[in-house]
Design a protein around this ligand. Sequence first.
Ligand SMILES: [Zn+2]
Length: 299
Amino acid sequence: MGPVNVGLDIGATKTLGLVVDDAGAIRAEVREPTEPGAEGVLRTAARVFEALRAETGAELTGAVGVGIPGLVDTERGAVKHAVNLGVNGDWLHLGDLLADRLGVPVVVENDVNAATRGAVAMSGEDDLVYLSIGTGLAAGLVLEGRLRRGDHGAAGEVGHIPVDPNGVQCECGQRGCLETIASGSALAAAWPSGDVPPAQALFAAARAGDTKAVAVRDRFAAGVASAVRVLALAVDPRTIVLGGGVAHLGEPLRVAVADALLQQAASSPFLASLDLAGRLSVVPSDYPVAAVGAAMLGR
Ligand SMILES: [Zn+2]
């Protein structure tokens, strides 16, 4: 086997590990439920790595890239506030602790930024915004080939731009943030659906002609479109990629958001001239964009 890279995408429910070759092809894939808490996260990551070694029959001595939710100090490989993983309190020095267990160097990155690198690898574009519509709403920015984290690591946190003074209270303490309209948790609140993912249930009901579902879907799509518009007007990227859990909807999501963008541009020759709808794409639902991006970190 030629040179390969290992990427781990550590999520609240599962950890996905990939071995990716230099051409970007996936050579091995392992998925395990994520155990909660700092020790659980470490144990899960180590188990996935060992399974990748077993599956490939290779030593895998190169650096391992890790994408994880929460606040990440990339210099120190530390993570904080990964609430959904049960990682609270002080900084967890994930990079050092995991490197000790695996016997190889470890590079840690925030999951949205890791996925943004994956979107660059997937699209071949190096000037893009990746909008992650998961439990929350946040964007990653690669501008002219460089990842923009921001001075306080807050670049791309468009989910906390307030758009509705009469909207619901957001976890961040403000009111009417975009995240309260255009995120997986907002969808789950607006369209409770039992076992089926709310986004799938909502879009299916809207497609079947349920007028309430159409209204809820259109409000959601308009919220995502507003986030796209903010990002486009702030940094004007060549392409905008929709990802995150809700993007498993695939093409119907892109169409709904593109329609909302066209509607917003209908009264504005200026906005229309920017062709935001035409610059929009969505991550294919079977493409593990965050784990691929994590693998790129180890290069
Ligand atoms: Zn907020």
